[in-house]
Design a protein around this ligand. Sequence first.
Ligand code: GAR
Length: 198
Amino acid sequence: MTRSCAILLSGGGSNMVQLVKSMAEAGHPARPVLVMSNDPGAGGLARAQAMGVATDAVDHRPFGKDRAAFEAELTARLEAAGADLICLAGFMRVLTEGFVRHWEGRMLNIHPSLLPKYRGLHTHARALDAGDAEAGCTVHEVTPALDDGPILGQARVPILSGDTPESLAARVLVREHELYPACLRRFAAGERHPIYLN
Ligand code: GAR
């Protein structure tokens, strides 16, 4: 059974581009049905349209603090598109337990650190401040706790002398583009064991 994958993003969508490209590979167990954003101006929406993928946006701002109402609209649109698998790819809204429970077992996230280190924001600056020798990225299943949930894959990046948060982020992003498609393909095929890329 081919899975119907929706990708949620808030920004430029470079991970989304790699996920969509990967799903065009022969025999891939998923296909992209929707790219959705909380920001109608997100650059990733235009990039998805250019690749022929349906897009949608639910602006979170009119919902104010009512996150549940915002997410109910997201779920309605996702289900209308037939999505049965969600990839968060730079989606910068914290999700409520209700939304996560609804999609649990069907929702992945990529996070720019070697979890469980550095949940939340500013991961690269925090790795540099701590004097870490390496950084990286993690793909995991989404559970209600922030940046938690079973790990599906990690890729490591050495920290170089002179690295800035920006230079480190750029090198980690290159690995994200390898890791996320690999993890999506395995997950959509029912494989739950993590992969570790060096
Ligand atoms: C990526 O580095 C992703 O790991 C990060 O946002 C960036 C999105 O880039 N996600 C998070 O920080 C989630 N908390 P992209 O829009 O080019 O894919």
